[in-house]
Design a binder for this molecule. Sequence first.
Ligand code: CTP
Length: 414
Amino acid sequence: MLSGKNILIGICGGIAAYKICELIRMFKRKGANVRVVCTPNALNFVTKLTLRNLSQNEVGVEEFDIPDFKPEHISYADETDIMIIAPATANTISKIASGICDNLLTSIVCAFKKPVIIAPAMNCNMWENPAIQENLKKLSSRGYKILAPESGYLACGYEGKGRLCSLEKIYDEAAAILTSKNRGKKYVITAGGTIEDIDPVRYISNYSSGKMGIALADEAYRCGNNVTLITTVDVARPYKIIKVKSAIEMQQTVNSEFEAADFIIMAAAVADYRVKNKSGQKIKKTNDDTLTLELVKNPDILKGLCERKREELLSPEAILPENKFSAKEGKQVQNDKIIVGFCAESENLLANAKEKFQKKGCDYLIANDISRKDIGFSSDYNEVTIIKKNGEMTKLERASKTEIAREILKVINE
Ligand code: CTP
């Protein structure tokens, strides 16, 4: 089931290190190629010989162990599909969160651009330390998958949270990522509200926080996809980020990414209008009581993308040589992209959403109610209805934006 998959297991210096011997066997039994790297402290708990025999590969510990034309941490990163750090100690978690590369394991993580699962294990007081919790939050927000420890009797004699989660949980999480259909695709996702300048100090925008688009990009990345996030908000992630400001800039950027994309998700709140004559200088107050700004319509990016997809599907060049086609309805077509729109409504959610779906011509429309304070704009939660081309609707009840993103990706990959 996992043959051809390359798994890198990073072991840190904690007593749970001995359990990882069994984890290696679980992956090996399913045909995966497993490589192991250890922090020097991990070898106080397990031996290099045990790990080498179980993985049937050399075990990496020191960064400059094997002379190679490629630095070792880079070749490990390049040759691996997924990295699992278990047990992850408080020390290594904090180093990864700060980008410190003082051993082979931390250097590999720093250079690693594919999914990483972190399974912490430590004393319960260390687990509760706010510095450790903050670092875990940082890592989670950067797309690392954290498998929280379980509560119970700890090796140090304490009772509490800190025990490594079950090996089955680590195995299942990794296997789900490695075998998912939603893998190796190219996602282009937009996020945030566009900013339309009035003059050098003022602008028109909206309350979009960008959280839903970022959650979608994080989830797509975590599943092993190539992700480009086009965003108006500042965000640091291990995948490609393109910062834009206005609707026009967003349109140009999305258009230039269109060709390579398998999925385009327009989660951004694009301003429908921009100022017709943007002033180069700060607009001065006058004696008049009113000021009129003339606005012009912005292009509808989503609609334009859907039209482009349709045109390309109908063009004679859509019939391609055999090595370049993707089969759809029995035809050889060039363009099999899935285009997803969002629909922000403050009233008559479903009626307006259905109408918008027709107008835009996208493959899926995700409708959300922005009048509610407990979901939507700025909130960490959302509740949406996914409208599909066949008219079918799927409601996703209120959940964190991460969970909603996971479900949306599942539906659009069906
Ligand atoms: N959208 C877009 N370009 C625009 C406006 C919206 O690409 N100029 C996209 C959004 O990213 C979203 C979808 O269209 O995916 C719907 O956006 P929404 O603001 O709900 O609808 P509008 O088309 O702007 O219509 P209205 O404001 O009248 O509801």
